[in-house]
Design a protein. Structure first.
Lengths: 226, 401
């Protein structure tokens, strides 16, 4: 599903060179719920961005679903993200001018899915996450937890091969965080959805079936939660 | 491509409908004012030219004027010429004028003026001066010892309305003395006062052709000019060509030729002023829209980054903002057109007063279309550049902003 070989990412910040990732290699199989953990600055978000095609590695290569993404143009990377990947961000990142329903079906619209079809799909997914009564609400009429669930619905509506989540609970209280993580777990188990999630909260570990821990841009452990 | 445009329009319409209302109203108002500015100035200039055209045709030259050829002072054998001209297709009627310099005297006031001899029956078919008698009546064929005088020569009751030296408020029924250059001095009964609004017509004085012959004490078969009224809808240059083809040797000019001679330079200057106004308006529109879209995109950098991250192509994002600008421009043009039409309606009821008459704005369809197209092009540029700049930003940089 995902193969990363010898990934490095170096940032030039003025005269300072920052090695965010140093030769990371890993493989993630379909259906895994992988937690990428580590302290702040360990390189976990950088790794997620590289795997999710939001950034390009300085060195190394990534193979997603059998495709070496290094050879893709920017336009092809955009299409790849649209058709095969899903994202959930820390701050929900809903489009403020769109309603819940519109936020969810936006990517389906971009994919060219017929209207009747994407309306049914978005209603189904919103029904599944318990927000079918909030279709015409705007983001500022929802709680943080509800907004993050809408973001998950948006990411899931096109049935992506891999769902990337970048600290999705960072802005949520513990109850909302639990609800969101339960939802991820449910999606992973019931739909065999591959999920790669960045977190720095120790108590999240019990939701993952594999944890990759980074320190100073290198993997220091990789395995099931202890 | 069509799907992408549909998504762009979807995002744009939601952005407009659910974005800041204050910003929307203000932007539309500014575009409407810019559009009004682009249309209004040319409409006044057109109105001014229209007044000049109308007055030249209605009170001065008719549709076509024939004047002596080259250095000659008179058109000879004018009766035959009139007969010939009146037979030419497209000509409704021709009227001969004989203008001569005179001195007019009234109650101790005297001014130099021109008295024009006319055949009133012909003249009624060629000009509308007979309909513009503010006091008394128009002349009739065969009348002697009668004169009609323009208001700028007779003078107003309120002297502050006078535009120059006058006889000091002559009224119908008064008596004025006319001194001709041949030494004849004669008292005339003022039959009427002309007030057309045309400076040319309102500064003259008119007598009948019979009266002229009695002053000269001979038959006068020559004229200083011949003015021609054409049938409605006739294209004057064709009649001009026809007149030459019929052997007319005198100088023939259409009203367009006269207008070009009299106002060509003024029209050029007006056009230049108009172009400057349009360019300044367009620059204002570009700057305003550029700022509006720049602020919108800068405030939405993170959102743009997120859209790109979830797979929305940057062209969809750029077109979203371009559509927003085009929607704002459309609303601005609609409001601007309504503003222009309202101003035209008001100024039709309360026109601008100029020495040569009342000027009402005339909105040319071509100006409306051209300025609308220019505004759309300007808007497109103003919307595209800032959207392109932000949409081309690296995803993570945009998302971290």
């Amino acid at each position: 599903m995902i193969t990363a070989e010898n990934l490095s990412r170096v940032y030039e910040m003025g005269k300072v060179t920052v090695h965010a990732l140093r030769g990371v290699s890993l493989t993630i199989q379909k259906g895994e719920f992988v937690g990428i953990m580590g302290a702040s600055g360990s390189g976990k978000s950088t790794l997620l961005h590289l795997l999710g095609l939001l950034d390009k590695p300085t060195e190394g290569r990534i193979i997603l679903g059998g495709i070496d993404v290094k050879d893709l143009t920017d336009r092809q990377r955009t299409r790849f993200r649209l058709k095969r990947l899903g994202y959930v961000f820390q701050d929900y990142a809903l489009v403020p001018e769109l309603t819940v329903e519109e936020n969810v079906f936006l990517t389906s619209m971009v994919r060219g899915t017929p209207k009747e079809e994407y309306l049914v799909q978005s209603h189904q997914i919103l029904d599944r996450i318990g927000l079918s009564d909030r279709l015409s609400h705007k983001h500022n009429e929802l709680s943080g937890g509800q907004q993050q669930r809408v973001a998950i619905a948006r990411a899931m509506v096109n049935k992506p091969e891999i769902l990337f989540a970048d600290e999705p609970c960072a802005n949520l209280d513990s109850e909302s965080s639990r609800n969101v993580l339960d939802l991820f777990k449910q999606i992973n188990q019931e739909m065999a959805q591959t999920i790669v999630m960045v977190s720095h909260e120790d108590w999240h570990k019990r939701y993952f079936n594999r944890i990759i821990t980074l320190r100073d841009g290198e993997i220091i452990s990789d395995g099931p939660p202890s | 491509m069509l799907t992408d445009l549909r998504v762009s329009f979807f995002l744009a319409s939601r952005g407009i409908l659910r974005g800041s209302r204050g910003s929307l109203y203000l932007t539309v108002l500014i575009i409407a004012m810019v559009f009004t500015n682009m249309i209004f100035m040319p409409s006044i200039i057109l109105g001014f030219i229209k007044v000049a055209e109308d007055q030249i045709i209605t009170y001065q030259t008719g549709n076509i004027i024939i004047s002596p050829h080259g250095d000659e002072r008179f058109i000879e054998d004018v009766s035959s010429l009139l007969e010939k001209v009146n037979r030419i297709p497209g000509v409704l009627r021709a009227s001969a004028h004989y203008g001569t310099g005179v001195t007019l005297r009234y109650k101790g006031n005297s001014i130099g003026s021109t008295v024009v001899a006319i055949n009133p029956d012909d003249e009624r078919l060629v000009t509308d001066v007979y309909q513009k008698m503010s006091d008394g009546d128009y002349l009739a064929d065969g009348e002697n010892d009668e004169i009609i005088i323009g208001i700028h020569t007779s003078g107003h009751k309120d002297p502050s309305l006078d535009m120059g030296v006058t006889l000091g408020y002559v009224k119908a029924g008064d008596e004025v003395i006319v001194e001709y250059t041949n030494g004849v001095s004669k008292a005339y009964h003022v039959k009427g006062i002309i007030e057309t609004g045309s400076f040319y017509a309102d500064q003259g004085a008119y007598i009948t052709w019979d009266e002229l012959e009695s002053v000269f004490d001979r038959k006068v078969d020559y004229a200083t000019e011949l003015i021609i009224k054409t049938h409605p809808g006739t294209y004057e240059p064709e009649v001009k060509t026809m007149l030459y083809r019929f052997g007319i040797r005198e100088k023939v000019q259409t009203w367009q030729d006269i207008l070009e001679e009299a106002m060509g330079r003024a029209v050029q200057n007006f056009s230049m002023l108009n172009s400057i106004t349009v360019v300044v308006s367009l620059i204002i529109a570009i700057v305003v829209l550029f700022i509006v879209i720049m602020i919108k995109t800068l405030n939405s950098r993170r959102q743009i980054g997120v859209l790109k991250a979830i797979g929305v192509d940057k062209n969809i994002i750029i077109h979203n903002y371009v559509f927003q600008v085009l929607i704002l421009t459309t609303l601005g043009v609609i409001v601007g057109t309504a503003l222009v039409e309202s101003m035209v309606a008001i100024l039709t009821v309360y026109p601008f007063q100029f020495p040569d008459g009342e000027v009402t704005p005339v909105v040319a369809t071509s100006d409306l279309v051209n300025n609308t197209i220019m505004l759309y092009v300007a808007s497109f540029v103003a919307g595209y550049i800032p959207a392109w700049q932000v949409a081309n930003e690296d995803i993570l940089t945009a998302m971290r902003s």
